[in-house]
Design a protein around this ligand. Sequence first.
Ligand SMILES: *Cc1c(COP(=O)(O)O)cnc(C)c1O
Length: 373
Amino acid sequence: MSELRTYTGVHRPTWIEVDLKAIQANIQNEQQLLPAGTEIFAVVKANAYGHGILEVAKAAEQAGATGFCVAILDEALYLREAGFTCPILVLGAIFKADAALAAEQDISITVYNKEFFEGLSLPDKPLKLHVKVDTGMGRLGFQTEKEVLLAVEQIAADPRLQFEGIYTHFATADQKETSYFEKQLQKFRSVLLQLDQKPRYVHAANSATALLHVQADFNMIRLGIAMYGLTPSVEIEDSLPYELKPALSLYTEIAQVKKLLPGDHVSYGATYEAKQEEWVATLPIGYADGLLRRFSGYQVLVNGHPAEIIGRVCMDQIIVRLNDYYPVGTVVTIIGQSGSLKRTATDAAEYLGTINYEITCAFSTRVPRKYLD
Ligand SMILES: *Cc1c(COP(=O)(O)O)cnc(C)c1O
C-alpha cells in the first residue's frame, strides 16, 4: 500500500496549539483516582482526536500511560514505526489478511466474530487478541456468553494465538441515568465469571466510565476525551471528579480590516448586510481547515471581545464583525483563552449541535500543530 504524503500550512497564520502539560495533568489526575495497579491506555486514534498522534503518545507515555488504543491498524503501525514499543491495541476492524502484519509488529487486535478464525494465515510470532463482548453497545463484539467462550476456546487451541485481553464498551456511561450502564456492566461481569482463567487485560472503561464509575475500571482503562481535557458530555460536566484541562487551542490572525457602510454585504450569497457602520476582519481559516460551514454566526474572540462570524463560512476564509478597529496581524482565538473570555471545543460543539469529539477531529492536517511542553 502506498503511503499518503500530505502538506501542512506553515506559511499562513492559522495554527493549533496543543498544551502537552495539560494532557499529562489530566492523565495524572485520572491516575490518582484509580485503584493502584490499574493501567491507563491512552486512546490516540484519529490523530489523537486531532491533537497529533506522535506528540500526544510521547507525552502520555511520559505521564504514565502504559499502552495505546487506536482505531485502525495503520495508526498502530505508525506508532511502531515511530519507535513506540509498549502495547498497542487496535479497537476496530482490520483485514483478516493483515493479522500477520499485526503479529509481526507485536500489535494486539480485537476479535469480535467467529469468521475471524476461519483460514487465518499467521507467521511464527504469536498474535495477541482481545475478545470484544457486545453487552449492549450493539457495535463490534460477541453477543452471547456461548460465543465468547467458543472464541476463547479457539484461541486456546491455536498456539499462534494469545488470549491477551477481554473487554466491552458502554453506550451510556456519559449520562446521569445509570440503569442501562448497570445492565451492561452486569452482563460483562457474568461473562467474566464463566472464564477459567482471566487474560492479562480486563477492561471496560472509556473516559466517562473512568471518571464516574471507578468500580468498573477492572485492570485497565481506555482514556480518550478526558485526556484531552474535554468532558465526555455536557450532562456530566458538573459531576466530574477533577478539573479537566483542555489541551487544544486554535488561533488565526486578521488578514484584512475594513469598514462596512450600512447596506454593504459580506461573503457568498451576500446573505449578511451591515445595518450600520462597522469594522470587519477577514480571517484565513475556513471549512477546509475543519471550521465547518455551520459556524456562521458563532462568536470567536478578538482581544478579549466576542467577534461574530458574519455571512457564510468559505473554504479558506471567514469574515468577523469587530467591536472596534484592530490592526492586521491581531491574533484571533477560535478555541482557547482571550483576555477574560474562553472558548472550548465543547462551546463550539454546543453551537453546532454536536459533540466536542467531532470538533477537534474535524481540524484538518492543513492546520499546523504547535506544541507547548
Ligand atoms: C474511542 C473509544 C474509547 C475512548 O472513548 P472516550 O470517550 O474518548 O474516552 C474507548 N473505547 C473504545 C472501544 C473506543 O472506540
